[in-house]
Write a protein that binds this ligand. Structure first.
Ligand SMILES: NC(=O)c1ccc[n+]([C@@H]2O[C@H](COP(=O)([O-])OP(=O)(O)OC[C@H]3O[C@@H](n4cnc5c(N)ncnc54)[C@H](OP(=O)(O)O)[C@@H]3O)[C@@H](O)[C@H]2O)c1
Length: 250
């Protein structure tokens, strides 16, 4: 099958393109780097011509509230219209576990809008909700840093490696459209503040994490289980310590 991966040069996209090609499909990465821009529509119709499946793993280059909203709504409309015109049989998108519980966050309001456009598009679709990637822990620390102090919620998380995300995305991409949301998460449930402290300590980063139940996660206060997937979630195999060791060995 011909599969177009929007954002196929990114962290998840590049691994997904490789996996789908290994499985014998014709997977093509599409992004501004290859002349396909979902924001402007440039190159979209040509890229999607003859495609059976479209996977959207693009992300907004700016996390400012209005930029994120503009990115996911404009890109979503352009992409879904092009997918419908190309008679695509499955539209797959990657979003975040708990998105619907995070409307106080500008980033997540953008993801909510993106998901709504997909649900209302009339296209057969699967929305994959993933928990936080291990690769994003440094970004979470940076987002909550004030000098040497990082103030984070002690809410639970179940972070996952990007390799496990890509494997799950490949399976859902090649499976039947779910016309709904499926969830994936990591194998261990720990507190966000503890996980980021563990990450920093491993990296010999001297900054300290302070647990604060009112600390906002990209603008939203978290309840204990806001970021945790449900009981039916598919769980990745790679634990954080194995991932940290593998990173350090590179
Ligand atoms: N980070 C997490 O913990 C987490 C957790 C769950 C879900 N997610 C979701 O996972 C998705 C992918 O994240 P990621 O970390 O793999 O992203 P990433 O590495 O930042 O890659 C972003 C991709 O989007 C592409 N892109 C940017 N602007 C574009 C445009 N105008 N048109 C088409 N493509 C564009 C980029 O292309 P260029 O290379 O050409 O710039 C790049 O390929 C996001 O939707 C995010 O919400 C993330």
């Amino acid at each position: 099958m011909k599969i177009i991966v929007i954002g196929g040069t990114g962290l998840i996209g590049s691994k997904l393109v490789a996996l789908l090609n290994q499985r014998g499909h014709e997977a093509v990465a599409a992004s501004p780097n290859s002349g396909v821009n979902t924001l402007t529509g440039e190159g979209l119709a040509g890229a999607l011509a003859g495609a059976d499946i479209v996977v959207d793993v693009a992300n907004s280059p700016s996390f400012a509230d209005q930029d994120v909203m503009d990115f996911f709504t404009t890109s979503g409309r352009n992409l879904l219209a092009a997918a419908a015109a190309a008679d695509v049989k499955h539209h797959v998108a990657l979003s975040v576990v708990g998105t619907d519980r995070l409307a106080d966050s500008g980033y997540f309001r953008g993801k909510i809008a993106q998901e709504k456009l997909i649900r209302e598009s009339g296209l057969p679709y699967t929305i994959v909700h993933s928990t936080q990637f291990f690769e994003f822990l440094g970004g979470i620390a940076a987002s909550a840093a004030d000098g040497d102090t990082i103030r984070l919620s002690p809410a639970y998380v179940q972070a996952i490696s990007s390799d496990d995300v890509a494997q799950a995305m490949a399976d859902y991409t090649l499976g039947a459209p779910q016309n709904g949301v499926v969830e994936i998460g990591g194998p261990e449930r720990v507190r966000l503040s503890d996980l980021v402290q563990h990450y920093l300590t491993f990296k010999n980063d001297p900054r300290k994490v302070v647990a604060d139940v009112h600390a906002r996660y990209f603008g939203a206060e978290l309840q204990e289980n806001t970021l945790v997937p449900g009981d039916d979630a598919r769980l990745g195999a790679i634990k954080v310590d194995a991932w940290l060791q593998a990173q350090a060995a590179r």
